[in-house]
Design a protein around this ligand. Structure first.
Ligand SMILES: Cc1cc2nc3c(=O)[nH]c(=O)nc-3n(C[C@H](O)[C@H](O)[C@H](O)COP(=O)(O)OP(=O)(O)OC[C@H]3O[C@@H](n4cnc5c(N)ncnc54)[C@H](O)[C@@H]3O)c2cc1C
Length: 498
């Protein structure tokens, strides 16, 4: 947790954890394992799980937040599932072995019109075609076999690993790089500039799908640091191998991600006496000179005060750090000057089946780079991905691998994702705008008689600006863990970073 090798804390210390998302629940779990026995977790919402949010219907979990794991980078989460929530099994998403499991729609560059709801390209084929466009000169394309971009991807993956090790001074397991890069000039640019500058254009298509379409920023604007953090060389290698060996690397879970955190919380409460207060937003944390703190919250309209020795801020710090009105000057510099985030909307809806039904449909060209944003013109926030959890978890392709058997007949329920490259402003107004945009996209997709069931607008992917990264804020936060009796967990990039 901390870069300090050891923080000595008496086991009887009183802890208040603000936020029962994955980070807060996991931290409570770690504290209880260490023998701490006075832990209270306060959650503003009416349930634990934070952005791991699942709506379950007919035994199908529709994950509207955290949705997938990858084998190479999520080892600790697989362990947590196995040990703490064994009924919640990892389920492979056979994106690689099964043709047309994930399809690319609306990519005009590769010959599919955005308005055409009947033309699609299997993701692997799209990746090869797109890599051809990204990395093979136009005059050579007509005589270049489609296998050639595949070889370029493999060679680029090898160069990428070497560069990654050079930048971070060696190998490390997936997670936040243990120390900042020694030479920021290799990284002081956007993700796209990074791939272009370092002769890695053959990886652009892979990054578009894995980084951009997961909402971790548009390649044209996201700092290169975040793209190469998420795209650990092990993940890049494994993606290449998965395509060659036709093995799945993506997994969902049979009961959804919220179930994992709820199960851990329930066990902690029964077996370790950890108190979970839901519907209990914390309004203020006051840290006293005698190294104690008072946490003020409301539950069912009643004000509550909790006196503790340690406060754990397991909330999105880009939005909620001001729960502590008196920050030290160091904290203030770290948490209030260089934070930014994006808006992500996920909408669960039901409709008549479209012309085709696939487990995952993606529109990479619909995630507009920030430079092209014009909100008044409305060219933003289009739906970029549809996920049909029933097909994802129970794929049964029939002959020709195009339709998905009886599960794809009748009313279909999917989650639609929309992205905006700026922090969340007013969740209610934003939701209205997103819905309006989405209705137009449903028409293009041929999804008729739509019933919107649940919509969430998230402040998503809290992160530091390029300047904040150069100032090495993420590593400086590690240095202050435990100071002023406060721990800072923030809202992590993915649950594998907890
Ligand atoms: C649409 C979407 C898709 C995603 N897909 C993936 C994926 O496939 N794989 C992956 O690994 N990750 C994914 N993520 C990211 C992952 O969900 C987050 O990294 C993770 O939830 C962060 O956990 P956290 O506990 O740090 O923050 P959060 O999940 O944001 O939890 C913070 C909690 O704090 C509570 N809170 C806020 N203010 C207060 C207050 N004043 N008092 C009390 N409580 C408060 C909130 O209600 C919330 O429950 C996705 C996220 C979204 C939104």
């Amino acid at each position: 947790m901390s870069s300090k090798s050891y923080i000595q804390i008496p086991r009887t210390s009183r802890f208040a954890i603000v936020g029962a998302g994955p980070a807060g629940v996991h931290f409570a779990h770690l504290l209880a394992k260490q023998g701490f026995n006075n832990i209270t977790v306060l959650e503003a919402d009416d349930h634990v799980g934070g952005k791991s949010f699942t709506v379950t219907e007919g035994n199908i979990p529709y994950d509207m937040g955290t949705v997938l794991l990858t084998t190479s980078t999520y080892g600790p989460v697989f362990d947590l599932l196995e040990n703490e929530d064994p009924e919640n099994k990892p389920v492979p998403f056979p994106d690689s072995p099964k043709k047309n499991y994930c399809v690319i729609m609306g990519s005009s560059q590769t010959g599919v019109s955005d308005k055409d709801n009947k033309t699609f390209t299997d993701r692997r084929v799209w990746s090869l075609k797109q890599t051809m466009l990204d990395s093979v000169p136009a005059f050579l394309r007509p005589i270049t076999p489609l296998m050639f971009p595949g070889i370029k991807i493999l060679l680029a993956a090898r160069r990428y690993r070497a560069l990654h090790e050079k930048i971070f001074g060696g190998k490390f397991k997936y997670g936040m790089p243990p120390s900042p890069p020694s030479d920021w000039s290799l990284l002081n640019m956007t993700a796209l500039q990074f791939l272009e500058k370092h002769r890695l254009k053959a990886l652009i298509a892979m990054f578009r799908i894995s980084v951009q379409l997961n909402g971790y920023g548009v390649l044209e604007s996201i700092p290169a640091f975040y793209a190469i953090w998420w795209m650990h060389p092990d993940l890049v290698d494994q993606s290449c191998r998965a395509h060659l060996q036709k093995k799945p690397i993506l997994f969902g879970t049979s009961k959804g991600f919220q179930h994992l955190w709820e199960t851990i919380a329930a066990k902690l409460s029964v077996e370790k006496g950890v108190k979970f207060l839901v519907n209990a937003p914390v309004s203020k944390v006051t840290r006293h000179p005698d190294s104690t703190a008072t946490v003020e919250y409301t539950q069912n309209g009643i004000l509550g005060n909790l006196d503790v020795d340690y406060v754990v801020m397991a909330v999105d710090l880009s939005k909620y750090v001001n729960i502590i009105p008196k920050l030290t000057s160091v904290e203030s510099k770290l948490f209030t000057t260089q934070y930014t985030s994006s808006v992500y909307a996920s909408t669960l809806y039901k409709s008549d089946p479209g012309p085709f039904e696939f487990p995952m449909e993606m529109f990479p060209d619909r995630m507009t780079p920030i430079a092209k944003f014009d909100e008044s013109a409305g060219n933003f926030g289009h739906c970029h991905t549809y996920r049909n959890a029933r097909l994802m978890l129970r794929p049964r392709p029939d002959k020709g691998n195009v339709t998905w058997g009886p599960d794809a007949l009748g009313r279909q329920q999917r989650v639609a994702y929309q992205f905006l490259d700026r922090p969340l402003q007013d969740a209610v107004i934003e939701a209205k705008n997103f819905t309006q945009k989405l209705r137009g996209d449903f028409e293009i997709a041929g999804h008729s008689n739509v019933e919107i069931k649940v919509q969430k607008t998230w402040n998503y992917f809290p992160r530091f600006t390029q300047q904040g990264l150069i100032e090495e804020i993420p590593w400086k936060i590690k240095e202050i863990q435990g100071d002023t009796n406060t721990f800072w967990l923030g809202s992590s990039l993915t649950i594998s970073n907890l």
